[in-house]
Design a protein around this ligand. Structure first.
Ligand SMILES: NC(=O)c1ccc[n+]([C@@H]2O[C@H](COP(=O)([O-])OP(=O)(O)OC[C@H]3O[C@@H](n4cnc5c(N)ncnc54)[C@H](O)[C@@H]3O)[C@@H](O)[C@H]2O)c1
Ligand SMILES: [Zn+2]
Length: 401
């Protein structure tokens, strides 16, 4: 046997810029970004747009075309902006990914061209995936337009589509060419979507930054009311914390099975599928965090006062702490949400890793979750006596590890 081992490492760098008015002809951010590698040529650009953003902002498509005409020396719009349905529908149906691939093919984009994608986390995921697989990877510039995607998913190095009823079953790890967060877009978000994004801000604050938690707590009413200055401040801090994790954790492509930032996510992903995405990702994360915080309290890891404090903030920013899907029985009479633990482990590979919070800003990983205690936590969360007794009658206890 003759064996030799070879390897190489490739450094990834991508700028994350916060700006306002990105499509104003006087704003150089996008032009400078596409020109950053080769200053003197014209760069071909396909723009993919979340149709709900276009609907909320009737001037958007004309602004994009006007910007590209004004910057024609540096960038060429290869086709009118391509609209993709906003929200989880974009990830649930492969045809949307296919239509982006078709357009990339039709206009003849190459690996030196750009796909610029503007929209919420779902549309960013679909277009980033399509760009990642076309020609084995076309440069992608992300323009996230939701609180969640500016604070969290847009700056991540992965993308994904849902398949076989499983969240993000297909996808790739690819760092974007650049991320340009235009805070003005957050003004047209529905309150519900603003709150959903704040769930991820609360999440990263609970894991990493007590001062950010205090800030969200102090301004919860203003944030729920759409105060753009307060929202921008917590979005920027959250983005910094997520970037520090992606770039500093030593495992940006999640080769290990630990996923420390996925606090509350095992239940969240399951609840999203169970409710056929009636719950937004961030809403499901709020419920998943409430569940894992209650679990940690019952296990003796977390003080009950901290649990109450976090729950009050979740409510105050307009997020749900409960959904009746938590009561749904699955096969063998076990609570269906509990199968989220096995699915989470399968997605991670290897061992189960669940992050539990011990105090605001402090967390640890556990490799096993006790079914009976999860059920007890759900029982405690249930808003009515009837629901509480329903939990007690569903499912036999066993431990998942
Ligand atoms: N790739 C990753 O690392 C990663 C990480 C976390 C979450 N995600 C994914 O992100 C998705 C959630 O993203 P999201 O919270 O941004 O929600 P979303 O993309 O579903 O957007 C929510 C709604 O707001 C609309 N919208 C977006 N921007 C708007 C604006 N500026 N004005 C008006 N309406 C607007 C969208 O069309 C949609 O209807 C989930 O699919 C989740 O799995 C991905
Ligand atoms: Zn998330």
């Amino acid at each position: 046997v003759s064996q030799s081992v070879h390897g190489f490492s490739v450094p990834f760098r991508f700028p994350v810029t916060f700006t306002r008015g990105i499509w104003r002809c006087t704003n150089p951010t996008l032009l400078q970004t596409v020109r950053s590698l080769e200053r003197h040529r014209q760069h071909r650009v396909l723009v993919v747009v979340d149709d709900q953003v276009a609907r909320a902002r009737p001037a958007l498509l004309a602004d994009i075309e006007a910007y590209c005409s004004a910057c024609a020396g540096g960038l060429a719009l290869v086709a009118p902006p391509l609209l993709v349905p906003g929200g989880e529908a974009a990830k649930n149906d492969l045809s949307h990914c296919f239509s982006i691939l078709q357009r990339i093919h039709d206009v003849g984009l190459d690996r030196q061209s750009f796909v610029v994608v503007l929209g919420g986390g779902a549309v960013l995921d679909v277009a980033s995936f399509a760009a990642a697989i076309a020609h084995r990877g076309i440069r992608t510039i992300r323009l996230p337009t939701t609180v969640l995607s500016q604070a969290d998913s847009g700056i991540a190095v992965k993308n994904g589509l849902n398949l076989f009823g499983k969240k993000n079953f297909i996808g790739t790890f690819v760092p974007p060419f650049a991320v340009l967060n235009d805070l003005d877009f957050l003004d047209s978000l529905e309150r519900r979507d603003t709150a959903a994004g704040i769930a991820e801000v609360i999440k990263v604050a609970l894991l990493r930054d007590p001062a950010l938690f205090d800030e969200v707590e102090a301004h919860a009413a203003a944030i729920a009311g759409g105060d753009s200055t307060k929202i921008a401040a917590v979005v920027q801090r959250s983005a910094e914390l997520h970037l520090a994790h992606v770039c500093g954790s030593g495992d940006p492509f999640e080769l290990g099975s630990a996923r420390p930032l996925d606090f509350g996510h095992w239940a969240a992903h399951k609840l999203e599928s169970m409710t056929r995405h009636r719950l937004r990702h961030g809403e499901a994360v709020a419920i998943g965090m409430t569940l894992d915080l209650t679990y940690a309290m019952l296990m003796g890891y977390l003080n009950e006062q901290v649990l109450r404090r976090v729950r009050a903030v979740i409510r105050a920013v307009g997020l749900p702490e409960w959904d009746d899907a938590l009561l749904e029985p699955g096969p063998e009479g076990r609570l269906e949400v509990l199968s989220g633990l096995e699915e989470f482990r399968e997605h991670l590979g290897g061992e189960l890793h669940v992050t539990l919070v011990q105090a605001i800003g402090r967390s640890f990983e556990t490799n096993q979750m006790d079914d009976a205690v999860v059920r007890q936590a759900i029982g405690m969360m249930a808003p009515s006596v009837r629901q509480r007794s329903a939990v007690a009658t569903i499912g036999a206890a066993h431990t998942v590890q």
